[in-house]
Write a protein that binds this ligand. Structure first.
Ligand code: BV8
Ligand code: ZN
Length: 247
């Protein structure tokens, strides 16, 4: 990616773009030190695959293990800082006439970077809700009982994320597809394109006639079809685009 140029034609397009839509995946948080799903889970969790832990079945089978995995991730994320890629996206939103940031990430780093119009497709690990009655729990007593229990019904609390096999919130899904179908430029950044229905969004944008830009150091199933495939790290490429557009 050394010295990778941003195509002049793309800059030209971006200068005239009023409606932006961006999909981000774990890759945009990699430079904040939050491991992606593709990376081997570090340390304690190396022996588990996310698909094995991020399911309602896994939680029913071993609620303590699953709760502790999320507690470990919550702790890691609380120590992470938004990186240059997150900040650049907040800057682009400030400049754009219309900007929708759709994220598969559950780490809350986009909001901490100052992004406003965020669609959290897969929820947010800093929030918890009751596995039985669905009641949200803003805070919970870390009184040692793992998982903590719901104040209303005594059920187990679970992270407020969408697990594999669970449906996404219709409001979030509709907002994401609407943005993909009505935007002029759609960015897919740091996403491997393997998890549905999020992975369909850039294809939806292509079908609707948008310019699709991928930013990823590695090829993905979208790379061939994207209008522009910029093979670099989000924390490098996005600030570069900001620098050129700011002129
Ligand atoms: C649903 C929250 C239906 C939890 C997540 C076959 C069998 C079983 C199921 C399925 C199947 N086929 C399809 C499915 C459905 C399934 C699915 O897609 N499975 C996959 C594994 C095949 N999908 C679902 O289950 C969804 N629900 O379909 O429900 C339904 C309908 C009605 C009623 C009931 C049910 C729910 C999916 C959501 C799961 N939850 N997260 C948690 O986080 O713990 S998914 C989780 O994994 C993330 O949120 C994210 O979406 C995904 C990881 O993907 P990425 O973000 O792309 O990250 P990844 O590590 O993969 O890649 C990182 C990328 O970054 C790489 O490309 C890398 O090159 C790049 N990168 C690295 N560094 C950088 C970088 N890029 C830029 N800069 C860098 N510096
Ligand atoms: Zn409850």
């Amino acid at each position: 990616m050394r010295g990778m140029e941003i195509p002049a034609a793309l800059i030209q397009t971006l200068r005239q773009t009023k409606k932006w839509a961006v999909l981000t995946g774990a890759g945009v948080s990699a430079e904040s030190g939050v491991p992606t799903f593709r990376d081997a889970q570090t340390g304690l969790w190396a022996k588990y695959r996310p698909e094995e832990l991020a399911t309602p079945q896994a939680f029913r089978r071993d609620p303590k293990l699953v709760w502790e995995w999320y507690a470990w991730r919550r702790e890691l994320v609380s120590r992470a800082e938004p990186n240059a890629g997150h900040l650049a996206l907040a800057q682009l939103e400030a400049w754009a006439e219309q900007f929708t940031l759709i994220t598969q990430n559950v780490d809350g780093l986009h909001a901490r970077a100052g992004s406003r119009n965020i669609v959290e497709l897969h929820g947010n690990i800093t929030r918890a809700k009751c596995f039985e009655c669905g009641r949200y729990a803003e805070t919970w007593a870390e009184d040692g009982s793992v998982p903590p229990q719901c104040e209303s019904c005594g059920g187990w609390l679970r992270p407020d994320v969408v697990w594999f096999g669970e449906a996404l919130l219709p409001a979030a899904l509709n907002a994401a597809f609407h943005a993909a179908q009505t935007c002029e430029v759609f960015f897919s950044i740091g996403a491997s394109g393997l998890v549905e229905p999020a992975a369909s969004l850039p294809w939806e944008a292509l079908r609707a006639g948008a310019v699709v830009v991928e930013i990823n150091p590695n090829p993905t199933p979208l790379s061939e079809a994207a209008t522009y495939a910029l093979n670099g790290a989000a924390g490098m490429v996005l600030p570069k685009i900001i620098k050129i557009l700011a002129v």
